[in-house]
Design a protein around this ligand. Structure first.
Ligand SMILES: [Zn+2]
Length: 257
């Protein structure tokens, strides 16, 4: 069984014009499935088209916290229609970004909570973007009734204590190429002790190219193999076992066919 890139943005400019080549290179690298994430409603239409055209692509959509200040009533109408769309496997990425603060924090919080509320009846997994906002993100998820529900903090870069708090709520964290960086810090130890039967890997392409392709831009799903190899070595297990287990985890978490 091949690897799955559980979080990429195939519709972003750096990749959108070369999707066929990107998917061919992924397949050649042993990456046989990609979950492409939309960050606003125009993007959601594009990821749906992509998923319907390529059996190796699944779609997720939400309002990224960077977009929280720009959402119209029409966007909310579209969101309400798309959450129940069977070709949307997960809702998000959504959450809070207090690092860039591209939108007012109060607005980010309201947009996050409202998405959760609309998504709840679907039972679909939730993809979280959280940067320097751990306590508020956990509080909003818990107030939304999401303790014990399927939630993944994508591109987790927090502390051991924050990772433990997610675990206490039954939530996942997933690993990008950041874990391969020289300054990965806490993240290496978090990954080393993270249960293999909960682990998922991702690129966040076109961003965050892993070592040893750090200088290759844009990042693309084929490169998740480098992150997977790093993590397999870290956990001292054969690469093939790591690939099979993380893919099984990802298929189960997202309900992929
Ligand atoms: Zn992303």
């Amino acid at each position: 069984m091949g690897l799955i890139d559980s979080h990429a943005h195939l519709t972003f400019d750096a990749l959108a014009h070369q999707v066929d080549e990107v998917l061919a290179r992924a397949e050649a690298a042993g990456v046989d499935h990609v979950i492409s994430i939309a960050t606003d409603m125009a993007d959601a239409a594009r990821v749906l088209d992509l998923a319907r055209a390529h059996s190796c692509v699944s779609a997720a959509m939400g309002f990224h916290p960077h977009e929280a200040g720009k959402i119209t009533d029409a966007d909310w109408g579209l969101f309400g229609n798309l959450v129940v769309e069977p070709d949307i496997v997960a809702i998000g990425e959504m959450g809070l970004d207090y690092h860039y603060d591209f939108a007012d924090r109060r607005v980010q919080q309201e947009v996050f909570a409202r998405q959760l509320e609309v998504a709840t009846p679907t039972g679909k997994p939730i993809i979280i973007h959280c940067r320097e906002a751990h306590d508020d993100a956990v509080a909003i998820l818990r107030e939304g009734g999401y303790a014990g529900r399927p939630v993944v903090f994508h591109c987790f870069t927090g502390t051991q204590a924050e990772a433990a708090a997610l675990d206490d709520n039954g939530w996942r964290l997933s690993f990008t190429g950041v874990v391969t960086f020289k300054n990965a810090g806490d993240l290496v130890e978090i990954a080393r002790s993270y249960p293999l039967d909960r682990m998922m890997v991702e690129t966040d392409a076109p961003y965050l190219s892993p070592i040893p392709v750090r200088n290759v831009r844009p990042n693309e799903p084929a490169h998740v193999a480098h992150t997977a190899r790093f993590l397999a070595n870290l956990k001292a297990i054969p690469f093939e076992d790591f690939a099979a287990q993380t893919s099984a985890n990802t298929r189960a978490f997202f309900g992929l066919r």
